[in-house]
Design a protein around this ligand. Structure first.
Ligand code: SAM
Length: 238
C-alpha cells in the first residue's frame, strides 16, 4: 500500500469513506491510488493537464495494481469532469491563483461538487478572498508540515453567494483569518510567529526608508498589529 506524505495524508483525511473523488493535477497519482487501495473511495479519477505527469500516474497504477483499470483523464482543471460527477474534488500542490482560475473557468460546475479540498502552495489570501466572493465557504482548515514549509489544507463547500466585504485580496484578514484559531493545531503558533516576524522586518525596513508614504506605513503597522492580536488570542486560549 502506498505510504502518503503527511501533507497528502492530511488531504486524504478530509475524504469520508464511500465518497467518490477526482484529483485535479494528480501528477504521480499517489493520493487517489491510496484512497482506492485503502477501500475509502469506490471511484477515483486522476486528471492532469500534462501528458508527462499523467503518464507518471499511469505507471504507478500499472506497477502497483496491474489488474485494475483506473480512470485517467488528460485536460485542464474541471473540464475533464461533468457536473456533480464526484463527491469530492482535490486540487493540491499548485498556486492559489491557478486554483481560482481553474474554479472560475466554470464556477457552476465547481459548485456542483459536495466538497473541494484545496492545498495551495502560495497566495492563500487571494484564494480565500476569491472563494468567499464566489459562493464558497471554508468548512475546515488544517496545517501540516512538509519539510521546511507549513502547508494549509482548506475544505471548501458551496454556499449561497457570499456578500463581498470591503476587504481586498491582498488584505491580511484573507491570508490569516480568525478561523485559523478556531481550527488551531500544534503548528498554528509557529505559523503565525513566522509571518509576524516577516511583517515586522518589512515594517522595520519601511520605517528606515525616508521616502515611504504614510498610508503604506500605516497599512504595514496594521498588518503587524493584526498578527500580534491573533497570536495573543491563540495564546490566551491555550
Ligand atoms: C506540483 S504537482 C502537484 C501534484 C499533487 N497534486 C500533489 O499535491 O502532490 C502540480 C500538478 O498540477 C498539474 N497542473 C497544472 N495546471 C493544471 C491544470 N490547469 N489542470 C490540471 N492539472 C494542472 C501539473 O501538470 C502538475 O502535475
Amino acid at each position: 500500500m502506498i505510504k502518503l506524505t503527511p501533507r497528502l495524508k492530511t488531504i486524504a483525511e478530509e475524504i469520508e469513506k464511500g465518497e467518490t473523488m477526482a484529483d485535479i493535477g494528480t501528477d504521480h497519482g499517489f493520493l487517489p491510488i491510496y484512497l482506492w487501495e485503502a477501500g475509502l473511495c469506490p471511484k477515483v479519477i486522476m486528471a492532469d493537464i500534462s501528458r508527462g505527469s499523467l503518464s507518471k500516474a499511469d505507471e504507478n497504477c500499472r506497477s502497483l495494481h496491474p489488474e485494475t483499470e483506473f480512470d485517467l483523464r488528460l485536460g485542464s482543471g474541471l473540464e475533464v469532469l461533468s457536473c456533480g460527477e464526484v463527491d469530492s474534488v482535490v486540487i493540491a500542490g499548485m498556486g492559489g491563483i491557478l486554483m481560482t482560475e481553474i474554479l472560475g473557468a466554470d464556477v457552476q460546475k465547481a459548485w456542483s461538487f459536495r466538497k473541494l479540498i484545496l492545498q495551495p502552495r502560495n497566495r492563500i489570501g487571494q484564494l480565500r478572498w476569491w472563494l468567499y466572493n464566489n459562493g464558497f465557504s471554508i468548512s475546515g482548515e488544517k496545517l501540516v508540515r512538509e519539510g521546511k514549509f507549513i502547508c494549509e489544507v482548506l475544505t471548501v463547500v458551496p454556499k449561497e453567494m457570499a456578500v463581498a466585504g470591503d476587504l481586498g485580496p491582498d488584505d491580511i484578514e484573507y491570508e490569516f483569518p480568525h478561523k485559523l484559531i478556531d481550527f488551531k493545531n500544534e503548528l498554528t503558533e509557529e505559523y503565525l510567529e513566522k509571518k509576524l516576524n516577516l511583517e515586522r522586518l518589512i515594517l522595520g525596513s519601511m520605517s528606515e526608508g525616508r521616502q515611504e508614504e504614510p498610508a503604506k506605513l500605516r497599512r504595514q503597522s496594521y498588518r503587524v498589529e493584526y498578527l500580534e492580536y491573533l497570536l495573543g488570542r491563540l495564546r490566551n486560549e491555550n
